[in-house]
Ligand binder design. Structure first.
Ligand SMILES: [Fe+2]
Ligand SMILES: [Fe+2]
Length: 190
């Protein structure tokens, strides 16, 4: 393996604190599991020098982040906006970070590892995603806990949405339109 100075400055991901949980639909654990998977992919990229493998890893990163972001935007973010107190500012910021991430994903999908800015764009994407995940797992997770939402139902909705996007599990046509308000309606009264 040759040395390179253009790889993302990624440390090896730490052991997952929920790794011993086999199956869960708890929203916070489902989201964290996705975040950890993408972190692992960025680490794999940082260790790789073969152009074909680098392209394959980035293709997986694009797929995972696209599915994750879409499911968050359709299921999680509306529920947090509707169910949590004073969440508008952090959710506006989260939506804006998704917008920038998706811009880089679109660029990378048309690029080759031989292109001059390929590694640089993966590095910036990695840094953006790391920042975004930190804010979600600190600020947004706290808002979700305080809102006392039905985390099992939301986690299942999130997983169903990703499965449906992969064409594995068709959902009723009207489900995506009402999912945010339906879950928010489950918010328990204090
Ligand atoms: Fe997100
Ligand atoms: Fe996320």
């Amino acid at each position: 393996m040759k040395t390179s100075t253009t790889k993302p400055p990624m440390a090896k991901p730490k052991k997952d604190f929920v790794a011993d949980v086999e199956v869960t639909t708890d929203l916070l654990q489902v989201l964290h599991k996705d975040h950890k998977n993408v972190s692992e992919l960025f680490f794999q990229f940082s260790q790789e020098d073969d152009d074909k493998e680098k392209k394959a890893i980035v293709t997986r990163i694009i797929k995972e982040l696209t599915l994750h972001a879409k499911a968050e935007e359709d299921v999680v973010y509306p529920a947090v906006r509707d169910g949590a107190d004073d969440a508008e500012d952090i959710m506006d910021e989260a939506d804006t970070e998704h917008h920038v991430v998706k811009f880089l994903l679109a660029e990378l999908s048309d690029m080759s590892p031989k292109d001059e800015y390929f590694d640089a764009k993966v590095t910036v994407l990695c840094e953006l995603v790391k920042h975004h995940v930190e804010e979600e797992e600190k600020e947004m997770f706290d808002k979700i806990k305080d809102a006392d939402l039905d985390l099992e139902a939301l986690g299942q909705e999130f997983l169903d949405h990703k499965e449906e996007a992969l064409g594995k599990k068709p959902l009723p046509k009207d489900k995506l339109a009402v999912v945010g308000s339906r879950v928010a309606a489950k918010k328990k009264t204090a």
